[in-house]
Design a protein around this ligand. Structure first.
Ligand code: NI
Length: 173
């Protein structure tokens, strides 16, 4: 496995729409493993293809155990062609992005979502997510559509340096 180079804000690839994946093969499975390694090295909870310059609709997510609540299990996902099919509620929280290091802002997101995707074995996947998992998945799907979290900050006064808010209160993906 390998840690891949991240793409940062200002790179036009972060503003392009990623293309749909027709079939998951071994090279995509290797890419997913490297994306997990890259995400862990950067201490994020999610990473999407465009953030490593791969313009295809793949994202990985890992929410560590006890992240939102004591006793909550860890969740690890590989999402190919993810799509939100249901969303409800609205919640604002601080969010950050591995492609915009050092910055955060309050982003409104759906509180709970249902997502369909395919997994690394080309099987259909349907996930119900809420709290930080739902936030991370919405953030990653935005990356696949060329949208960055700063675009979604409604109150621009909440855009601050990460260290002012404290990393533990920010979902970084
Ligand atoms: Ni991001």
């Amino acid at each position: 496995m390998a840690v891949l180079d991240l793409v940062y804000e200002g790179d036009p690839r972060l503003r392009q729409k990623a293309t749909k994946i027709r079939h998951v093969d071994d090279s995509l499975r290797r890419l997913a493993a490297n994306m997990h390694e890259t995400m862990h090295a950067a201490r994020g909870v999610g990473l999407a293809g465009p953030q490593i310059g791969i313009m295809r609709r793949i994202a990985v997510v890992h929410i560590p155990e006890n992240y939102d609540d004591d006793g909550a299990p860890a969740v690890t996902l590989n999402l190919v062609n993810p799509e939100i099919i249901r969303a409800h509620g609205r919640v604002c929280a601080y969010e950050g992005c591995l492609s915009i290091p050092g910055w955060t802002g309050e982003v409104p997101r759906a509180e709970a979502i249902t997502v369909k995707a395919i997994d690394l074995d080309n099987r259909p996947l349907r996930i119900k997510a809420h709290k930080s998992l739902a936030r991370a998945i919405q953030h990653e799907i935005d990356h696949l559509d060329g949208i960055l979290f700063l675009d979604r900050v409604e109150d621009k006064a909440t855009i601050r340096q990460l260290e002012e808010v404290g990393e533990e209160d920010v979902v970084e993906a």
